[in-house]
Write a protein that binds this ligand. Structure first.
Ligand SMILES: Nc1ncnc2c1ncn2[C@@H]1O[C@H](COP(=O)(O)OP(=O)(O)OP(=O)(O)O)[C@@H](O)[C@H]1O
Length: 261
């Protein structure tokens, strides 16, 4: 299944918001079947990179090609082969899961019955068949997350972008979703996800990319990163590469301010 053409190819990507240079020259090739854990401190530019790849943010310099297509050439056909679960999702609360999922399925080119059948079957796999016709406004955080995951996969995309894919999921559901992601990658899908939960990233990514101050400062499997940085856990490697060792001091200062009354 592996081909030599990268699924994502980025060269010298720079992005500025007002006077701040957020991305300072990103070079990256992602290949079919990879599960990329894209990590970095808050505000490092992870979502910005993903939104550029999805064609949702303009104004960058450099070149970005996704599924063989330059994202700035105005042709949006490549988006049909992408699934996306954003950080803050606009789930239409007043719709039922059935209405929402058939709507999304149709947007991606499925016919209504096909989307309905598939959505119903996927909901059942998450034990959500009883709430298929209930309004999303009544769903818990984890139930919403499952609906979002289903919505991103209805059209059987080749490339999946996920922001905190395990957010709100209970321990059993985490195991199921981790396994789904691994099996999708085995089938030749490419997965690019962001997360702040380092032990999850450590376990499910076969390639970890660390962004700090607008640049890629580490890129490799967990074992390769460990080898290079002589640190134990991904959390420690993250702390080391982002130059952070003040957690105790910050916590002490924070708690003492809380106690000022
Ligand atoms: N539309 C915008 N206008 C102005 N500045 C923006 C905009 N979107 C993002 N930024 C800035 O760009 C920087 C990177 O934001 P981005 O959301 O890409 O970070 P992130 O790495 O995804 O962070 P987090 O881990 O907190 O989700 C931040 O400083 C943010 O304030």
């Amino acid at each position: 299944m592996e081909t030599n053409h990268p699924v994502i190819s980025i060269r010298d990507l720079m992005m500025r918001y007002d006077t701040d240079l957020i991305l300072r020259g990103i070079d990256l090739d992602v290949y079919q079947g990879q599960i990329i854990g894209y990590i970095g401190p808050n505000g490092a530019g992870k979502s910005t990179t993903v939104k550029i790849m999805l064609g949702l943010v303009q104004g960058f310099t450099g070149s970005v090609s996704v599924l063989g297509q330059d994202v700035s050439n105005g042709d949006i056909k490549y988006k049909r082969r992408i699934g996306y679960v954003p950080e803050v999702a606009e789930l239409y609360d007043n719709l039922t899961a059935h209405e929402y999922l058939t709507f999304v399925g149709e947007l991606y080119g499925l016919d209504r019955d096909q989307a309905d059948r598939k959505a119903k079957k996927l909901m059942k796999q998450f034990s959500l068949e009883d709430v298929y016709y209930s309004r999303i406004s009544s769903f818990s955080k984890g139930m919403r997350q499952k609906v979002l995951l289903i919505s991103s996969l209805l059209h059987n995309p080749d490339l999946l972008f996920l922001d905190e894919p395990l957010s709100g999921l209970d321990a059993n559901s985490v195991m199921v979703v981790k396994e789904i992601l691994a099996q999708l990658a085995e089938q030749g899908k490419t997965i690019f996800y962001s997360s702040h939960i380092m032990d999850v990233v450590e376990k499910i990514s076969n390639r970890i990319i660390l962004l700090a101050e607008g640049k890629i400062v580490a890129d490799g499997s967990f074992d390769q990163l460990k080898e290079k940085n002589k640190e134990g856990s991904l959390e420690e490697i993250f702390n080391q590469l982002t130059g952070f060792n003040e957690h105790r001091q910050i916590a002490e200062d924070f708690v003492s301010i809380v106690q000022e009354v």
